[in-house]
Design a protein around this ligand. Structure first.
Ligand code: OMP
Length: 224
């Protein structure tokens, strides 16, 4: 049983389709090597108002998820602005409860002068850390973030992404999100899912595109 789409989810889908952030003119080759008829490009939230809407949607999804955490971590590069806008919006919409949430990110290249090291922002040592990322497909990107948190002495406490593609993970029938839940015992939250995309676009897509979407979902969607 699926929850009906909430207004903030609908408006994000609307923005994504209207600004070609979500496109259906594949095939696109994914990081996992899979060939997809659709692609969600978070880099195209590239104006003031699009970023503001995106940050608000992350903040809403996090508040709704009830995930308990102390620090938001944005993995380089794409996670960095996402975690920053989300932290700012959490202060606005989440109320006092989120006022002292920390914000941290990593550099890809270690700095050798000044403070040194490759982490910037709030310390993750002894803290519960929520990862902010763009899209989860097979779950590889998330695992890299977990290693960084562990090395910094933090506790990986959850993930929030814009889009959960609901695909099988690297190791079999479980979804990538299901694998993360099982392996680390944490909550994974998403603003939208593949099911939401299919539901939202079914009347707007060309019949051939709609068919490709159905077929892709059948081939790659995991249960649980
Ligand atoms: P996994 O590491 O397989 O979970 O793939 C997640 C990454 O794939 C994201 O961080 C993106 O870099 C990229 N991606 C998208 O941005 N949008 C998509 O619709 C699909 C992918 C992808 O390549 O799977």
């Amino acid at each position: 049983s699926k929850m009906p789409l909430q207004d903030y989810q609908r408006s994000l889908l609307d923005l994504a389709v209207n600004n070609s952030i979500l496109k259906f003119s594949g095939p696109y080759t994914l990081k996992s090597g899979r060939q997809s008829p659709y692609f969600f490009n978070c880099g195209l939230f590239n104006t003031a108002s699009l970023l503001s809407a995106l940050g608000s949607a992350y903040a809403r999804a996090i508040v709704d998820s009830g995930i308990q955490f102390d620090v938001l971590f944005g993995p380089a590069y794409k996670g960095i602005p996402l975690a920053a806008i989300t932290a700012a919006k959490l202060a606005d919409v989440g109320g006092g409860k989120y006022a002292d949430i920390g914000y941290a990110f990593n550099r890809k290249e270690a700095k050798t002068h000044g403070e040194g090291g490759n982490l910037v922002g709030a310390s993750m040592e002894g803290k519960r850390v929520l990862v902010i990322d763009d899209v989860i497909t097979a779950g590889t990107a998330i695992r890299e973030a977990v290693e960084i948190i562990k090395a910094a002495g933090g506790t990986f406490s959850g993930v929030c992404v814009v889009l959960d593609r609901q695909e099988k993970g690297a190791s079999g029938d479980l979804s990538a999100i299901g694998e993360v839940r099982k392996e680390f015992g944490v909550k994974v939250s998403a603003i939208i899912t593949l099911d939401d995309i299919v539901e939202f676009t079914q009347d707007a897509l060309e019949p051939a595109q709609a068919k490709e979407m159905q077929e892709y979902r059948k081939a790659w969607k995991a249960e649980g």
